[in-house]
Design a protein around this ligand. Structure first.
Ligand code: PLP
Length: 385
């Protein structure tokens, strides 16, 4: 057999993709699957964004762009970040990437090697772990499940886990898969630890625009003392329903941007030119469309949560993003539960242990109310609820 690099041997294929493949396999056999495993909005990209891309194509924006992005997009992003209170970031602090995933990949490649310690808050999005391993870092994890995924309750555990050896902590609020929005008190706790132990924090804000009940997700980098310790990451996939366009960015100290620019320049060169032009339109002129999508998610969220709760299933409050994690298998065997859900009820979900929290399943409610209801009824019918 071929001698593959150790780094690929350290990681597993994405658990969420494995479920989607299983769902696709059943569908190919003619089975009607309710797929609640996917991490993308079920809306089409707003028309004005598509028009901007078409115009950019017609105007000939088809060549390479500057490595870190076109000036128009960088200034639109800087303005948005300033509006969010992140006034420390100007154009020189920005890197535009083909998706938030690539942004994260570049950050880890730039900061982590040789067993450097990265701390994750469980349940954590699956790719953080993989990216840390690809960078040859070491992982420590703090479980928030006992506190209904609220970091505020897990601060003592976090304090016990981090040390002067910690290089990086990843915070994702609103979060995938948990749907929690961290309180200011929790973020201040993170700040105090970061300052005490001198580590940096990635604030993955890709779901920032998607919150409910009037809640707003505070950007960690707005806290006193966190201005230069926070690497803020965002993207266009979720808020603007642009998953397939591949557009994201990160903001951080200029030195980090310069160093990460080497990884970026020698791998992707730049994000797609006409997609960057569409990104300017997305940031500047899509407010009402985003609001409509968030309203639709909100309605489905309360609808689905009620359906689970009526059946006695505990659902930690989903406050943002478009996921909830009902505690479907309090005995911990979420794998068996999800397996039965897909095999018997033809409902695709992702087991919590894939994110570090057994006992739960991640449900994406980026689906119609009819389909959500159908899913719950099917799960009930086969005795899973
Ligand atoms: N961060 C989180 C928490 C996510 O859930 C995702 C997508 O699923 C990403 C980052 C990356 O998204 P994209 O690469 O589409 O911008």
């Amino acid at each position: 057999t071929q001698d593959f690099a150790a780094r690929v041997g350290r990681v597993e294929p994405s658990a969420t993709l494995a479920i989607s493949n299983k769902a696709a396999e059943l569908e190919a056999q003619g089975v009607d699957v309710v797929d609640l495993s996917v991490g993308e909005p079920d809306f089409d990209t707003p028309e004005n964004i598509k028009d901007a891309a078409k115009e950019a194509l017609d105007a000939g924006h088809t060549g390479y762009t500057p490595t870190s992005g076109i000036p128009e997009l960088k200034s639109a992003i800087a303005e948005k970040l300033h509006d969010d209170g992140l006034t420390q970031y100007d154009e020189d602090n920005l890197m535009v990437t083909p998706g938030g995933k690539q942004a994260l990949y570049e950050i880890f490649q730039t900061l982590i090697d040789d067993g450097d310690e990265v701390v994750l808050l469980d349940p954590a999005w699956v790719s953080y772990e993989a990216m840390v391993k690809l960078a040859d870092g070491s992982l420590k994890r703090v479980d928030t499940a006992a506190h209904d995924f609220q970091l505020a309750g897990a601060l003592d555990d976090l304090a016990e886990t981090v040390s002067d050896d910690t290089e990086l902590l990843v915070v994702n609020s609103p979060g995938n898969p948990h749907g929690a929005v961290y309180t200011d008190e929790a973020l201040e706790g993170v700040r105090d630890l970061a300052v005490e132990h001198d580590f940096q924090v990635i604030s993955d804000e890709i779901y920032k625009e998607i919150t409910y009940d009037g809640r707003e997700a505070t950007s960690l980098g707005t806290l006193d003392g966190m201005e230069d310790r926070t690497i803020t990451l965002n993207g266009f996939s979720k808020a603007y329903s642009m998953t397939g366009w591949r557009l994201g960015y990160f903001a951080g100290p200029e030195e980090l941007i310069d160093e990460a620019g080497k990884v970026h320049g020698h791998s992707v060169s730049c994000a797609v030119n006409f997609v960057q032009h569409a990104g300017v339109e997305a940031i500047r002129n899509t407010e009402s469309e985003v609001e409509e999508m968030v309203e639709a998610f909100d309605e489905r969220r309360t609808f689905l949560k009620d359906l689970f709760e009526e059946r006695g299933v505990h659902v930690p409050d989903p406050q943002g993003a478009f996921y909830m994690m009902p505690e479907v298998a309090p005995d911990g065997d979420d794998d068996a539960w999800c397996e039965e859900a897909i095999e018997e009820a033809h409902v695709a979900t992702v087991p919590g242990h894939a994110f570090g929290t057994p006992g739960y399943a991640r449900i994406s409610y980026a689906n119609s109310k009819e389909r959500l209801e159908e899913a719950v009824e099917r799960l009930d019918d086969v005795g899973l609820l």
